[in-house]
Structure formats: structure tokens, C-alpha cells
Ligand binder design. Structure first.
Ligand SMILES: [Zn+2]
Ligand SMILES: [Zn+2]
Length: 247
């Protein structure tokens, strides 16, 4: 068992390229000694994402299932240079945690333009709709990390370290993630850890990202996955940041 008791990034088979049910993911979380998981299926702009009703109806789930706190979430897609995302505000406002980032060349267009990507990321952060910016070390979407992290810090949006980026997905992320984490240490960004599990066997799998935290000697108090209490503290800070930006 590791010292981080929450997996903030998991998919169920509502996303068509993921293969386990919610209950299978919960059983896996329980076996690994976790306290909580976030269900974060893909936003509807990519063909593999579920229909919007899948997000609207998360309200039918209890907070705790089989002893595991299940946070109602989504992983939305940045659609354009304005930083717009693919779920409407009325749906996003009902979710407990919103992950967001770049995914698909098909919906976003040319991805190698570092200035366009940075502008899109900063505009998304300024819209203040996402709580966690996911896998920004992806070499397919180059970014000016300094600029993005400084902007994220202003609204206390967490930066994700995605364990799958070190194993099965987004080849070449590792070097970028180390650079991002060193900058996050400098700017004191919150960090979120996620397995990005698309199969129950990967739920709670955070080995690689924990190794990187240790390598960079990253301050533990900035990692929001420690336990439910710590995550709730972060979500409270985020709520306040959103209120300031809408008032
Ligand atoms: Zn996916
Ligand atoms: Zn994901």
C-alpha cells in the first residue's frame, strides 16, 4: 500500500476504450487499500466518450460504494484556442471534480504549435472550470510550462502527474514531467496523482509518479491525493477560487 489513498483519474467502460465496470474499479480500489477514487470518463467530444447523460446521471450514485468514496467527475477536452471544454457549465457545476486537458488532434487541430497550445491552456485555466490539468507533459502538445504553471497557481488548479504517461500512453512524457514537477516545486503548484486506469487492474497504480515525486523531493503537503481530508481541503480552496472569479 502506498501513502496516497486516492486515485483521482479512472475510467469505466462508459468510455468505450476502457474495459471495467465501476464496481470492478471499486473492488480493485478496496483491495489496494484506497479510501477514494474519482470516476473521470472522457468528455463527449471524442467518439469514445459517453453521452452527456452519463455525467448528468452521476447524481444517482451514493457518495460511498462498498466503503470507497466515489467522486463524481469527468475528464473534459480542450476544444480550441479559447480554452473552451466539451461539457456545459450546468453539468460541470454538478460534478465534484473536473479534470481537463488536450486529447485529440481531430477536435483541436494542429498540435505542434507551442504558442497556440499555451494560449489554449491559459485560456482554459482562466475560465476556471477545471480543477486538475491532466497529462501536460504529453510531447504531442508542446507547452510553455512556466506560463501554464504560473497561471494555474493563480486559481489553485492542480497539475496532474499521470502514471500511464510513464507506462502505456503518451510516449516521451517522462522528461517533460520531471521538468514540470521541478517548476511546480518552484511555484508551489498543487499536484494531483492519477493512474488513468482504463482497466480495473490499474486502479491505484501510482508507482511511477511516486518515484518521480521522490526524485524531485517534492513537498508532500502540495500533493492532494494523501487522503479524503486533504482532497476536501483542496476542493474547498478551489470552490473559493471559483467564487472569486465569478464575483
Ligand atoms: Zn482514455
Ligand atoms: Zn484519462
Amino acid at each position: 500500500m502506498n501513502k496516497y489513498l486516492i486515485d483521482l483519474h479512472t475510467h469505466t467502460n462508459c468510455s468505450t476504450h476502457a474495459y471495467s465496470t465501476l464496481e470492478e474499479n471499486i473492488s480493485a480500489a478496496k483491495k489496494k487499500g484506497l479510501e477514494a477514487i474519482a470516476i473521470t470518463n472522457h468528455g463527449p467530444a471524442i467518439p469514445d466518450g459517453p453521452h452527456i447523460w452519463s455525467f448528468i446521471n452521476l447524481k444517482c450514485l451514493p457518495d460511498y460504494i462498498n466503503g470507497i468514496r466515489v467522486y463524481r467527475g469527468a475528464e473534459v477536452n480542450i476544444l480550441n484556442k479559447n480554452g473552451d471544454v466539451d461539457l456545459d457549465d450546468d453539468i460541470l457545476n454538478k460534478l465534484e471534480i473536473v479534470l481537463g486537458g488536450f486529447h485529440s488532434i481531430e477536435i483541436y487541430g494542429d498540435t505542434l504549435d507551442i504558442y497556440k497550445n499555451t494560449e489554449a491552456a491559459i485560456n482554459c485555466i482562466k475560465q476556471n472550470k477545471i480543477d486538475i490539468f491532466v497529462h501536460l507533459g504529453n510531447p504531442k502538445f508542446p507547452l510553455r510550462y512556466d506560463d501554464v504553471l504560473i497561471e494555474a497557481k493563480k486559481s489553485n488548479i492542480a497539475i496532474e502527474l499521470n502514471n500511464s504517461s510513464f507506462t502505456t500512453s503518451r510516449a516521451g512524457s517522462e522528461k517533460n514531467c520531471e521538468e514540470i514537477l521541478r517548476l511546480a516545486k518552484k511555484y508551489e503548484n498543487y499536484i494531483a496523482l492519477g493512474s488513468d486506469a482504463h482497466f480495473s487492474g490499474s486502479v491505484g497504480e501510482l508507482t511511477k509518479v511516486i518515484q518521480l515525486l521522490e526524485k524531485v523531493d517534492f513537498p508532500e503537503e502540495l500533493v492532494i491525493n494523501k487522503n479524503i481530508e486533504k482532497l476536501e481541503e483542496f476542493l474547498h480552496v478551489r470552490k473559493q477560487s471559483k467564487q472569486i472569479s465569478t464575483s
